[in-house]
Design a protein around this ligand. Structure first.
Ligand code: IPE
Ligand code: IPE
Ligand code: MG
Length: 251
């Protein structure tokens, strides 16, 4: 097996990777199993990817675990996912603490079952002092809702006279998003072959490099992440400039 890790340039690791973990259901179906079996196996990938990001020195990893649209799935699947979330945090929190991982949540937290909120709050408290990888779970997350809420928060500041509408800056807007404490992702990965964003970080992904792979999430492991990072490192991030301009600033 080739040593993919050694090919990665350690000086150009993305500081924030965001992942749409897709394909658990199809992975299970292909094995003649129930969809939830895919979700269970997906947790194994989560553990491995969290550890690998820590190993690479990635500072932020945002995982799309449950969208607001996912509430429309059959109740049995939603219940199984919520139970899996609670059990996983309960089981993993000691390792997260030991591995210097700090847990965060974005999304419509209040819409989660109380037991999930409690487990997540405990997890965030237990890992609150950690200084390594920031693990951000997007739970009951909708980017459009997040943007709408930010607009409401700004409108309310204007109504109270705390801010002048014409003076609103990009920074003011960003400070009202759930992601206000995190930099924008440089790399967004979606597994399982779908080439869409599905209401994930619409504002924050403005200049992210997008990486789509046919690999289902339960099969996405260490080497798959190394491949994604290597692909990212081959790209030229131009931010509207010309290639010549970029090359002059990097030599
Ligand atoms: C991703 O896998 C997990 C969640 C959305 C919770 P899916 O459950 O979407 O799997 P597919 O896309 O149906 O195969
Ligand atoms: C996106 O996956 C949400 C998560 C990975 C949590 P979906 O499987 O729900 O997305 P669509 O519906 O196929 O776009
Ligand atoms: Mg899916």
């Amino acid at each position: 097996m080739t040593d993919l890790k050694s090919k990665i340039d350690p000086s150009r690791i993305p500081s924030h990777i965001a992942i749409i973990m897709d394909g658990n259901g199809r992975w299970a179906k292909e094995r003649g199993q129930e969809r939830v079996y895919g979700h269970y196996e997906g947790v194994v990938s989560v553990r491995e990817i969290v550890n690998t990001c820590g190993e690479l020195g990635v500072k932020y990893l945002t995982l799309y675990a449950f969208s607001t649209e996912n509430w429309n799935r059959p109740k049995a699947e939603v219940d199984a996912l919520m139970e899996l979330l609670v059990n996983t945090i309960r089981k993993e929190v000691d390792d997260l603490k030991k591995n210097n991982v700090k847990l965060h949540v974005i999304g419509d937290f209040a819409s989660l079952p109380e037991v999930c909120q409690k487990e997540m709050n405990e997890g965030m408290e237990i890992t609150g002092e950690n200084t390594g990888l920031n693990l951000v779970l997007a739970l009951s997350y909708s980017s459009r809702l997040e943007i709408l809420n930010a607009s409401k928060a700004l409108a309310s500041k204007v109504a109270k006279g705390e801010l002048l509408a014409e003076n609103i800056t990009e920074e003011d807007f960003k400070s009202c998003l759930d992601t206000c404490n995190f930099p924008d992702p440089e790399l967004m990965i979606r597994t399982s072959g779908e080439s869409r964003i599905s209401n994930f970080l619409l504002y924050q992904l403005a200049y992210a490099e997008l990486y789509f792979t046919p690999v289902h999430w339960p099969d996405f492991r260490k080497d798959n992440l190394f491949e994604a990072v290597l692909d990212y490192q081959k790209r030229e991030r131009r931010f509207g400039k010309t290639s010549d301009q970029i090359q002059k600033t990097t030599v």
